[in-house]
Write a protein of this length. Structure first.
Length: 296
């Protein structure tokens, strides 16, 4: 397995989890790829939504990558306060740069360049969904360090877990704190708006509902009714508008799951008795959906 960090022009990076192409003696195959964007309220990168997710889908046959996009705090040096260079939408630009590098290295990394997917959780879902509805937005593409070819930035599909999609609720309440740094909500508001009191125009610019069109990328979304952090009704509303534009979608709304559950298996739990096997079903369902989107 090739495991390395690849740095982007902004200083962010992605980590590779690449299997050898030889699946049997002198038998080779290219594999589909997934770029994972962990959640963390644009303040940190959630551990359970990073390497465990990459390893889970790698063993299911995907070359996987974890994007550590720009966030508003530094876990290693919390005394630095809010990081001022993490302003949205730099995270979209970072994802597209990672996608460009991965496609450019698809032969060396044994990737089927026609089967590349994004997978995001919570705030990482906002990054991925942004890419799905804004891949052809000149406000974004004009900031790239390269000129994308035709539909180079349009991936085959996007998998979203309990995604933050629209800022019409108090996501990531200020009662959630990171040790030694500002409150999570303050960090998130800086990253998204650079103010704690955003205007209607500022809110509108990060509301992904406003960018949906017939050109949006197909999406698979799973959420839980009892999520106390991100309102699942926002996902329902988002899916409904994608359907208005005939964008291929799949949506699973679980009756229980709360927030930040990730894989719900042994990779992310201390005690097996705490695993919700019902919620874990999303893993296989997303796999089947991606294979269908890839025509496999």
């Amino acid at each position: 397995m090739l495991n390395q960090k690849v740095y982007l022009s902004s200083g962010a990076y992605f980590e590779t989890y690449i299997m050898d192409s030889e699946i049997n003696y002198r038998e080779y195959r290219k594999r589909p790829a997934i770029i994972v964007a962990p959640g963390g309220a644009y303040a940190i990168h959630a551990t359970k939504e990073s390497e465990p997710v990459a390893l889970q889908f790698m063993q299911m046959g995907y070359q996987t990558f974890v994007l550590k996009y720009s966030v508003g705090s530094d876990r290693e040096h919390p005394e630095r306060g809010i990081l001022k260079n993490a302003k949205y939408p730099i995270q979209i630009i970072e994802m597209f740069e990672a996608l460009h590098i991965i496609k450019k290295n698809s032969e060396e990394w044994n990737i089927d360049a026609n089967q590349i997917y994004l997978m995001g959780f919570s705030a990482g879902g906002h990054v991925c969904a942004s890419c799905g509805v804004r891949w052809d937005d000149p406000i974004i593409t004009n900031e790239l360090s390269f000129v994308p070819k035709k539909e180079e930035l349009k991936v085959n599909g996007i998998v979203l877990g309990y995604p933050f999609l629209t800022p019409n609720s108090e996501e990531f309440s200020s009662t959630h704190q990171l040790e030694g740094v500002e409150k999570v909500q303050d960090i998130m508001k800086y990253v998204l708006y650079q103010t704690n009191v955003p205007s209607e125009e500022q809110l509108s610019k990060v509301d992904l509902y406003n960018y949906i069109s017939e050109n949006s990328v197909p999406m698979f979304i799973w959420h839980s009714i009892d999520d106390p952090v991100v309102d699942s009704r926002n996902s329902t509303r988002f899916i409904s508008k994608l359907l208005e534009y005939n964008v291929p979608v799949e949506y699973h709304l679980f009756g229980h799951g709360e927030h930040g559950k990730a894989l719900e298996n042994q990779l992310t739990h201390m005690d097996d008795a705490d695993i919700d096997l019902h919620l874990n079903m999303w893993v296989n369902m997303a796999d089947y959906w991606m294979k269908r989107m890839g025509g496999k």
